[in-house]
Design a protein around this ligand. Structure first.
Ligand SMILES: Cc1cc2nc3c(=O)[nH]c(=O)nc-3n(C[C@H](O)[C@H](O)[C@H](O)COP(=O)(O)OP(=O)(O)OC[C@H]3O[C@@H](n4cnc5c(N)ncnc54)[C@H](O)[C@@H]3O)c2cc1C
Length: 450
């Protein structure tokens, strides 16, 4: 690693969180730095997890991606990138096997391995085990020139401070529990499913599980428990009438296209709201049809054989939960009849979704600089920069949490590659790129940081 003659403590981009969104940005910056004769951008990413992990709690055997592999971290931005899914397959000596597989949808386990393979190549720009707790603006001559980022070393509790001209906030999703249910030793959100299941002494409790929810995660957990515990009953509880199929037909799928972000961003509020409503069934509370059919087939087979392990409480919701040492008692209210059932189970899994994490939770004193609409939602430019007054030179960019301004891909992978390129372009455009205030590289540039 080389040092600058005048090391600049203020990096050009500091990324908060290192999931796929900021990983894609790290790659975009690396590729930019490798291809420019100008001063390389300096970047750093802070990630609270101890290593790269993508929804590990739901890395279920057999679960597949909801997105085609060509929507990887780079291909839609740079089809010849060495960080694509195809180069990954080649590096792993599986390219021909994958082709023979004849599927656009890898398993989630394989896609996690691809992401981790990319993350490993970006490890020089990321600090793991570091949680950002707040940020504050730093002024020069009455202008907000950059930000100070306060973070905590998760292992030691030590405080770390970083400075950056631009923040790219990509904190991901926050699990959502039902209003009346709190997590406990036997009450889990699906995001922690596999970790908790591994800790559970299944043999000591009732051979029964309850899964709340009717979306993809709920169906996957129901399927996983039913397959993994051949002696156990699984109760699927949801307020809908039945699982509904996700719409991934070609025209509807265009809602995920990069160009749709333009349509969305320029449309009036009521049009955006309508589009989100029309196409919610491409992503929310819906399940892959193959999985629906597989569950139905199994439930029917059990009926034929007279041994039913897979139960569906539809038009129902959990109203009470009581944990004991060896079980959890879940009270379920059936809304059609008003009747109640109590199921004594080894565990209750709430696959009840997520909400986008509000970036302001980590922005501290920077948050008041960001403009909001009448509903207190952040105003976000097409290039993902949050709107600020002209006195704020330093940028805050968002990956995620922009569904109301940029559309349904906000929290998904479909547009990750292109968005990373757009944020990079916006940062480059606004940076005083060749200013003498930014140190020039020594004889040879470190592509990412000094
Ligand atoms: C089970 C599951 C399966 C999914 N499958 C698909 C799919 O097939 N296709 C698809 O398009 N989408 C899918 N999604 C949607 C998912 O949001 C995206 O896949 C993707 O994770 C978004 O990437 P991200 O980097 O924005 O967020 P995340 O992957 O959530 O990453 C955010 C990161 O920020 C870190 N972080 C948060 N706060 C801080 C802080 N204060 N300091 C430091 N670090 C912080 C977190 O630890 C996390 O690592 C799935 C979601 C789930 C839950």
């Amino acid at each position: 690693m080389r040092s600058h003659p005048r090391p600049d403590p203020v990096v050009d981009i500091l990324g908060i969180g290192f999931g796929p969104s900021n990983l894609a940005l790290a790659i975009a910056v690396t590729e930019h730095n490798e291809s420019t004769a100008m001063t390389p951008l300096t970047v750093e990413f802070l990630e609270r997890k101890p290593q790269f992990q993508w929804h590990r709690g739901m890395l279920l055997d057999g679960a597949t991606m909801q997105v085609a592999f060509l929507k990887d971290l780079v291909t839609l931005r740079n089809p010849v990138s060495r960080f694509g899914f195809v180069p990954y397959l080649h590096a792993k000596d599986r390219l021909i096997d994958f082709i023979n597989h004849k599927s656009l949808f890898p398993s989630r386990i394989e896609f996690h391995d691809y992401l981790a393979w990319c993350a490993e190549q970006m490890r020089h720009v990321v600090s793991y085990g570091v949680e950002v707790v707040s940020c504050r603006p730093v002024e020069q001559d009455g202008l907000v020139n950059h930000y100070e980022v306060v973070a905590r070393d998760v292992a030691t509790g030590e405080t770390l401070v970083r400075q950056a001209r631009n923040l790219v906030v990509a904190p991901g999703l926050t699990p959502r529990m039902p209003a009346t249910i709190a997590p406990g030793p036997r009450v889990w959100h699906s995001s922690t499913f596999l970790d908790n299941l591994a800790r559970l002494d299944v043999d000591s409790g009732p051979q029964r599980f309850v899964v709340v929810g009717a979306g993809q995660s709920a169906a996957e957990v129901t399927d996983h428990l039913h397959r993994s515990f051949p002696g156990a009953e699984v109760y699927a509880v949801f307020s809908r009438f039945g699982y509904s199929q996700s719409d991934d037909s070609p025209y509807a799928n265009r809602i995920f296209d990069p160009a749709t972000v333009d349509v969305f961003h320029r449309a009036p509020e009521e049009v955006r709201t309508a589009l989100l409503r029309y196409h919610a069934n491409t992503n929310y509370s819906v399940v892959d049809v193959d999985l629906i059919e597989s569950l139905y087939r199994r439930a029917y087979e059990e009926k034929v054989q007279g041994v039913e392990r897979l139960h569906f409480f539809n038009v129902s919701q959990p109203t009470g939960v009581r944990e004991t040492d060896d079980a959890v008692e879940v009270t379920v209210r059936h809304a059609d009849s008003g009747r109640q059932s109590v199921v004594r189970a080894a565990a209750l899994v709430c696959a009840t979704g997520y909400r986008a994490t509000d970036p302001r939770t980590v922005l501290g004193e920077v948050a008041p600089l960001l403009w909001t609409d009448e509903q207190d939602r952040l105003l976000v430019e097409r290039d993902y920069r949050v709107v600020t007054g002209p006195e704020v030179l330093a940028g805050v960019y968002l990956c995620g949490g922009t569904e109301n301004t940029h559309g349904i891909t906000s929290s998904l992978l479909s547009n990750t590659a292109v968005r990373a390129g757009e944020i990079l372009a916006a940062v480059l455009k606004r940076l005083d790129y060749d200013s003498t205030t930014r140190p020039q590289p020594a004889n040879e540039a470190d592509p990412a940081r000094n």
